[in-house]
Design a protein around this ligand. Structure first.
Ligand SMILES: [Mg+2]
Length: 384
């Protein structure tokens, strides 16, 4: 079997799909979305495709090594997202070729279903805002979710903030706990917007409502800053969506800067690399909770690894990743879990009529798909 061509499609906002075709008639599908990079990652996938066409798609590790190392300039978000997309498509092809779910080729599943969390929170304390939060919670709890993650919305954080800003955030968090009760897990994504000092102060305030974790309290570049927060927090700290290979996770794992790791399968080098990161973390009793804020093919590639590693805790999932409209059978959340599939490959069948369409709406392009520009009141740049 040989790869005959690689096609790319952009059928929706923040949705860039890859189809790897072979001379046996098997196609592998995956997602190559790097948020805010709609032109450069497809170009990188095009470059790697020049290497891949004509090769045996079943030599997945060999191709990973070739794509990662032959570039000479290793790593980086563009390269790793491009490699990730091709890697996931090759796992889809391999599963279909052998007639088994792709996870069966990684040692077989260690669990039957994958626990997922949804995005939910309270951030608008007006009557209408609270009503909206109530309605969403009631809708999600009907699907049996037992964990929710809340972000910080459009709130920006300076190096320090007055009590009113912190108190408002904390009030929302305690209200969330009051609404869901003690059986449900609640977590918070600080989105790398805070300094270590501010993050520690806010984490101390959150302590009493017992969060499951706080994600990216500070940006990802400095593991020591992350460790400073972890050392002062009374609950697990998580990071990883912007770390792009085992080498970028190395210090975070070995210095035990966090308890929970959130590699994104679509950015960290694909299922091949995600499994290796999980195996590495197992030595330190760290668990993975793969980041997935894009589409249903990325969710499938995450779950392929969630299925086979013991140190998996919970999977992120957003509404779009369930695949309504794009998949012939969207993923279903039942009792807070997604059942592992028994069909060959990554368990997804894309509706090619939809998948090969072209999106030309407003939410496209650098900045626009990431929500625009953020500034502090003095005009200096704030983290989004
Ligand atoms: Mg995040």
């Amino acid at each position: 079997m040989k790869v005959t061509r690689v096609d790319q499609f952009s059928p929706g906002p923040r949705t860039r799909l890859v189809r790897v075709s072979t001379d046996s008639g098997i196609d592998g599908w995956s997602e190559g979305t790097l948020e805010g990079k709609p032109f450069s990652v497809p170009a990188a996938i095009g470059e790697y495709s020049e290497y891949l066409v004509g090769k045996d798609p079943l030599r997945i590790e060999h191709h990973w090594q070739q794509m990662y190392r032959s570039a000479f300039f290793r790593g980086g978000a563009h390269n790793m997202t491009a490699i990730a997309a091709l890697d996931a498509a090759l796992w889809d092809i391999a599963g279909k070729h052998y007639g088994v779910p792709s996870y069966a080729l990684m040692g077989g599943r260690v669990r039957d279903r994958v626990r997922v969390y949804a995005h939910w929170g309270i951030d608008d304390l007006t009557d209408e805002g609270l009503e909206r939060s109530r309605a969403r919670l009631s809708e999600l709890s009907k699907s049996g979710y037992t964990a929710y993650k809340s972000g910080t919305g459009s709130q920006t954080f300076r190096a320090h903030e007055p009590p009113s800003t912190i108190d408002r955030f904390v009030k929302c968090a305690y209200m969330m706990r009051e609404w869901v009760g003690p059986e449900v897990e609640l977590c918070f994504d600080f989105h790398g917007k805070m300094t270590p000092g501010l993050a520690i102060e806010v984490c101390n305030e959150l302590r009493g409502m017992r969060p499951m974790f706080v994600e990216e309290p500070v940006p990802q570049e400095n593991p020591d800053a992350l460790k400073l927060v972890s050392d002062h927090a009374a609950f697990p700290i998580a990071t990883g969506e912007r770390l792009l290979s085992r080498w970028e996770f190395r210090e975070v794992i070995e210095k035990q800067c966090v308890s929970l790791l959130q590699p994104d399968v679509a950015h960290c080098g694909g299922p091949t690399e995600l499994k290796k990161i999980a195996n590495y973390a197992e030595v330190y009793y760290q668990h993975i909770m793969p980041h997935s804020a894009i589409g249903p093919l990325a969710l499938a590639a995450c779950m392929m690894v969630d299925a086979v590693v013991p140190n998996f805790l919970i999977q992120e999932q957003v509404d779009a990743s369930l695949g309504a409209g794009l998949l012939k059978r969207p993923w279903r959340v039942v009792d807070g879990y997604v059942d592992l599939w028994e069909t060959p490959g990554l368990g997804v069948e894309v509706d090619e009529g939809v998948a090969t369409g072209r999106y030309e709406g407003e939410e496209y392009g650098y900045h626009r798909e990431l929500g625009g520009e953020s500034y502090f009141e003095d005009g200096s740049v704030a983290d989004w």
